[in-house]
Design a protein around this ligand. Structure first.
Ligand code: TRP
Length: 336
């Protein structure tokens, strides 16, 4: 059947930085949902390797992590026949549109981004222009594909808002060019907190290794991390205000098992935290097992990875070029 605009499924796009192995939080909060979304949307998912160099990267390590992140996207079940899975740097249009959008973004707007302010403090010795232009490159990622929806975490909402402003401004000057994207509202994943400080989000960059479960941790490591998770002194497994540690473990448990909060509370009524923590760790180990097995298969098949990268780059580039050409024509670049 002809794929007309009216029949087109909503287009959903998201990218993830290859800066380290994702955490259980990245998985339950984002990646697991990417797979679900790909069933009824027209999806593009990518590895934001261009964004990663806003912080200095060691070349061999960077190459390895980018490849592993791409392999992981395949391992979580994204189907390169169904969705476009790509590496950002393989599609030159991202950097090209990024430049154009820099010229339609005010210095003051970019300077207001809280992530820029935070990162400039954290990496005070390397406050580069790329770090400043990070959000306009992200806007290019999104606008190139005319994405309707972008699943992003709370920390990226401001960047999406900026993207909308840039798109609206450009459309206002030149006529309809970009789809104005919206945050993806749908089934939201669990917000997984640090196992050591459960009022803070679980983070890849937490200096305390016990705080975060990484997607490729061994069952043994996972068990140890849950056993040392911070709880409280009430010794009752229930979800309640102030019980941050237990609330977090319950959220992880329900997300991995598909049980409701009530079912989980009932299951552990009268049982101690030790037993509960073991059960949570086992649920996580089971949840991650197929992803880890699939990752091992994919990462061992370099030819398959490269074939998927090429396919993703070609499909993404074809779509991206349409928008880039349209945008350049409107600005007044001489076409040949
Ligand atoms: N900045 C995002 C993050 O760190 C990653 C990202 C880059 C992204 N480009 C994007 C997310 C486009 C959504 C859409 O999480």
């Amino acid at each position: 059947m002809e794929n007309t605009a009216a029949q087109r499924k909503p287009r959903v796009l998201s990218l993830i930085q290859p800066t380290s192995v994702p955490t259980l939080g990245n998985y339950l909060g984002a990646l697991k949902n990417w797979k679900k979304m790909s069933a009824d949307n027209d999806c593009l998912f990518g590895v934001a390797d261009l964004h990663a160099i806003t912080v200095r990267q060691e070349p061999a390590q960077f190459r390895k992590q980018s490849t592993e992140m791409f392999a992981l996207l395949l391992a979580i079940g994204l189907d390169p026949e169904q969705s476009i899975v790509f590496m950002q740097s393989h599609v030159p249009q991202h950097a090209q549109l990024g430049w154009l959008l820099n010229c339609y973004t005010q210095f003051g707007e970019a300077a207001r981004m809280t992530q820029f302010k935070e990162k400039s403090q954290k990496h005070a010795d390397n406050v580069n222009v790329g770090l400043f232009a990070y959000p306009t490159l992200m806007a290019a990622d999104i606008l190139l594909y005319q994405a309707n929806f972008v699943p992003v975490g709370a920390d990226q909402k401001q960047h999406l808002e900026l993207t909308r402003n840039i798109a609206e401004r450009f459309n206002g000057v030149y006529g309809s060019t970009f789809t104005v994207p919206e945050p993806y509202i749908g089934q939201v994943g669990a917000r997984v907190m640090s196992l050591q400080n459960p009022t803070q989000k679980m983070s890849k960059s937490d200096p305390n290794p016990k705080a975060s479960v990484m997607l490729l941790d061994t069952p043994d490591q996972i068990m140890k991390k849950f056993k040392s998770a911070v709880t409280d002194s009430e010794a009752v497994v229930r979800c309640a205000p102030g019980k941050d540690g237990i609330n977090n473990l319950l959220a992880i448990y329900t997300c991995c098992t598909g049980k409701t909060m009530e079912e989980a509370e009932a299951e552990f009524a009268g049982k101690g935290y030790g037993e509960f923590k073991t059960a949570v760790a086992e649920a996580v180990i089971e949840e991650l097992r197929p992803v880890q097995q699939s990752f091992e298969r994919v990462i061992g098949d370099k030819a398959y990875i490269e074939e998927c990268m090429k396919k993703g780059a070609e499909s993404a580039s074809r779509l991206a070029q349409r928008t880039l050409s349209k945008c350049m024509k409107k600005i007044g670049f001489k076409q040949i």
